[in-house]
Design a protein around this ligand. Sequence first.
Ligand code: ATP
Ligand code: MG
Length: 267
Amino acid sequence: MGSPEIRLEDVSLVYEADGSTVLALEGLDCRLAAGQVTAIIGPSGCGKSTMMQITRGFMAPSRGRLSFHAPDGTPLDRPPRMATVWQSFNLFPWRTVEENVAFGLEMSGMPAAQRREKAHEALRSVDLAGFERKYPRQLSGGMRQRVGMARALVLDPDVLLLDEPFGALDAQTRLVLQEQLAAMVARTGKTVMLITHSIEEAVLLADTVYVLSARPGRVAAEVAIDLPKPRSMASTRDPRYAAYFEHIYTLLKAEVVRSMQAPEAAS
Ligand SMILES: Nc1ncnc2c1ncn2[C@@H]1O[C@H](COP(=O)(O)OP(=O)(O)OP(=O)(O)O)[C@@H](O)[C@H]1O
Ligand SMILES: [Mg+2]
């Protein structure tokens, strides 16, 4: 079907638990353009993971709508193929690395030999060749996160939803994987939602950055990143990079300060 566009329109989400309610999102409007990387950045607790769960279809919005479109804007009547890397990587502890990566393929009924080949290829792409037979407990946090990434990539989805995929990585590995992700997206043209706390990562990887407000999350600003591609560490020396960084930093800081002032009880 090719990579779709995803729209969230006027989306609100209320959590109800134990008689109390939390308004996580309120009137959020955003568009994940077809074949592009859209980064979502915002204060902790502003509703980013909630937004990803709604996009994935795991939760229905309390108000507003989620829709999928072909690149020309025509509405699609069913959701595209999506793969996710969740904030906590959710590996199965009783399965080897290879079996974790191949899980989705197994569910789709792919024969064992083919699954194995695809899992190995995905593991190579995140520099984990040789770790196929290990169990998650035998890996570092950063390696587990890369297994999570391989598990998403192996499905070859039209849409990749990534919640802090590089959060637990050391700075060097993070850089390498960021560059690999940028190259992969440029090559395959997937639609990507990248939730991150890193302004650097957002500017390096994204075509558009949405800065979310303090909770309840809504779009505080939308910034189009017009830097030449492919981008790499060298892009950070471009004066425009510094200007984007500064601009997003200023917007984000205002929201973080607001989130610290808003008492939790105010929901
Ligand atoms: N299942 C739930 N039940 C009740 N409240 C929830 C639930 N999940 C999240 N929340 C609340 O909703 C708000 C948004 O949570 P969410 O996890 O979407 O934030 P986030 O932006 O991803 O935060 P972080 O940057 O720390 O990952 C928070 O106040 C959180 O406590
Ligand atoms: Mg989160």
